[in-house]
Write a protein that binds this ligand. Structure first.
Ligand SMILES: Cc1ncc(COP(=O)(O)O)c(C=O)c1O
Length: 390
């Protein structure tokens, strides 16, 4: 668990590195964008993959009960969420799951609610399939981001609105929604007949003071109206294995999603992903604890550094995840200029704010899941670049 170790990812087809030229027009930027980590997966996960790889038959595989039991146990121990293995189904990734849900539960022309600024594919999974986006923008307050319940009620009372994709914890603003907030969302969605698809991929990355409560745990009514999407991919840095799952206690919802999985012929899945999930969930807890401590250290470093040197860059402390949503608006640059400035002068590869919605104007997203030395270097780059403004 040496998170300080700098591991060379060149030559591994890592998206984070190999897409730099395409995204930033140069390879000469520190890649701190896409949400994966520059840390090796837990040894237990690597060993499980290695063990399976040693058996030289890589034909179609399925998952046996041990896969589902690992999930049930994890949800109980990690989130105090008691689920039956009958409520769980394998899925080949969270974004594909969102698309399957949109296609299954809405018709072209229907509306789906999202709360920008939000993870960019949320826009695509709706628009690309000829559904319409209904925005309920988050409110950026001095105390952090909040949901606008009054506006949500107004938006969802439109009969065309059939679904809400909730991001919990929220990427990029790092909120872990509280029980009270989830109750309000649930009440509004139930009242207006809006199905909740809750993307909880970042659930395990909630920091100690911010317990993650799965939305389906809040009440039986909410459980009945929710499909929860989860995965070990962010938690254990195994996104390249394309293995996730859904939890739905409502048998009708689960049946429809199982049919989608069949109809897209995606049910066999990735054998290494299944082995990795089991090892991660059965043996990965000490690694995760150490990871969260390390991430909090990096977050503290960035917050302290900005506070001491560039207090005009505003950021709310994330309650979960290794993503920091930096507000550069006091630099007074239009977004496009800010983007080029960060690339050319700071030589940083960050996510461009407006891809998270119009509310991302003047913002950039920083991924701090890298060895501390890299994060220090990134802050150094930023401070040196800032001198060009004066
Ligand atoms: C909120 C959210 N959902 C989904 C994903 C991606 O999920 P997957 O790789 O399983 O499609 C990400 C990755 O950053 C994410 O932040």
């Amino acid at each position: 668990m040496d998170f300080n170790q700098i591991i060379n990812r060149e030559g591994t087809n890592a998206l984070k590195l190999d897409f730099r030229e395409r995204l930033f027009g140069t390879n000469d930027v520190l890649p701190l964008w896409v949400a994966d980590m520059d840390f090796p997966a837990p040894d237990e996960v690597v060993d499980a993959i290695r063990k399976r790889a040693e058996h030289p038959l890589y034909g179609y595989t399925t998952r046996d009960d041990t896969f589902y039991q690992a999930i049930v146990k994890w949800l109980k121990e990690q989130h105090k969420w008691e689920v039956s293995s009958d409520w769980v189904e394998y899925m080949p990734g969270v974004v594909p799951t969102l698309i399957m849900a949109v296609l299954a539960f809405t018709e072209p022309g229907d509306k789906v609610v999202i709360q920008p600024p939000v993870y960019p594919p949320f826009f695509e999974v709706i628009k690309d399939h000829k559904r319409m986006i209904a925005e309920n923008p988050l409110l950026n307050t001095p105390d952090g981001y909040l949901m606008d319940f009054e506006h949500l009620d107004k938006v969802t009372s439109d009969k065309k609105v059939k679904m809400m994709i909730l991001c919990h914890p929220h990427n990029p603003v790092g909120r872990v929604w509280t029980k009270e907030e989830l109750e309000k969302v649930g009440e509004i969605c139930l009242k207006n007949n809006v199905l909740i698809i809750s993307d909880e991929i970042h659930a395990d990355l909630a920091f100690e003071d911010n317990r993650h409560i799965p939305v389906a745990m809040v009440s039986p009514g909410l459980a009945d109206n929710t499909i929860t999407c989860m995965a070990p991919s962010k938690t254990f840095n195994i996104a390249g294995l394309n293995t996730s799952y859904i939890v739905a206690s409502n048998p009708k919802l689960l049946r429809v999603m199982r049919r989608q999985l069949q109809s897209f012929h995606l049910f066999t899945g990735n054998m290494f992903g299944a082995e990795a999930l089991k090892a991660a969930y059965n043996e990965g807890r000490p690694w995760l604890r150490a990871l969260l401590d390390y991430l909090e250290g990096n977050i503290d470093y960035v917050l302290d550094f900005l506070n001491a040197n560039m207090p005009e860059i505003k950021v709310h402390r994330p309650e979960a995840t290794y993503l920091m949503w930096l507000d550069f608006s006091e630099w007074g640059m239009p977004s496009e200029k800010l983007k080029n400035f960060i690339i050319e002068k700071a030589r940083l590869g960050l996510n461009y704010g407006p891809t998270f919605g119009a509310q991302g104007e003047g913002f950039m997203r920083l991924n701090v899941a890298s060895p501390g030395k890299i994060i220090e270097e990134a802050m150094d780059h930023l401070l040196r670049a800032r001198n060009f403004i004066r």
